[in-house]
Design a protein around this ligand. Structure first.
Ligand SMILES: O=P(O)(O)OC[C@H]1O[C@H](OP(=O)(O)OP(=O)(O)O)[C@H](O)[C@@H]1O
Ligand code: HPA
Ligand SMILES: [Mg+2]
Length: 168
């Protein structure tokens, strides 16, 4: 995982916003598949962050075949290496033709790069994208700068904040 500490900026995403942005992603992908009438064969979510947008996209596009791929990033002597720890169904995937592979975001692009090697004909879609990862993604909704850390609602909690004008 990339360290969030050196990032200059934070982009805080609420449940409402990820829902809206994932819907926008679905609408952009609607009818763009290689099947009859632009149909997609299946949605594959990259665990874990990709499962939320994968669910929303499959719901919007009425795609009932949904699978998952798990990718773990290991840091060996500062060289990031991504390894698949759970594969989607082999007979479903083939070379990826007609498969919509969904993740919450692309950052360095390492995760998508390794999945793309396995399924070169798949379509890769993320809700958010940073510049370094953009070449790896076919469709995305919102771009943020490389020095921005995206905070997702499943990693956050509501908490008290001091008023702007403090009282003592
Ligand atoms: O483009 P990259 O630099 O590879 O980074 C993007 C990936 O990193 C995050 O997942 P993470 O590996 O932290 O796991 P998680 O989804 O289980 O939280 C995010 O959900 C993407 O999958
Ligand atoms: O900006 C980010 N936010 C959350 N998880 C991430 N994993 C890589 N980059 C990010
Ligand atoms: Mg992830």
């Amino acid at each position: 995982m990339i360290d969030r500490l050196p990032h200059e900026k934070g982009f805080h995403v609420s449940w409402d916003q990820i829902h809206r942005d994932a819907r926008a992603l679905a609408w952009r992908l609607d009818g763009k598949g290689p099947g009859e009438g632009g149909a997609w064969k299946a949605v594959v979510g990259i665990t874990r962050g990709g499962l939320v947008p994968a669910m929303i996209v499959s719901r919007e596009l009425d795609i009932r075949v949904v699978d998952t791929i798990s990718v773990k990033s290991y840091n060996h002597q500062a060289q990031m290496e991504a390894v698949v720890t759970k594969s989607p169904q082999t007979d479903l995937m083939g070379d990826g033709t007609g498969i919509l592979i969904v993740d919450d975001l692309v950052d360095s692009g390492k995760t998508l790069e390794m999945v793309r090697k396995l399924y070169p004909k798949a379509h890769f879609a993320t809700v958010y994208a940073k510049p370094s990862g953009r070449p790896q993604v076919d469709t995305y909704i919102t771009e943020v700068s490389q020095d921005t850390w995206i905070f997702f609602p499943w990693d956050m909690a509501l908490q008290y904040v001091q008023p702007f004008r403090g009282t003592d």
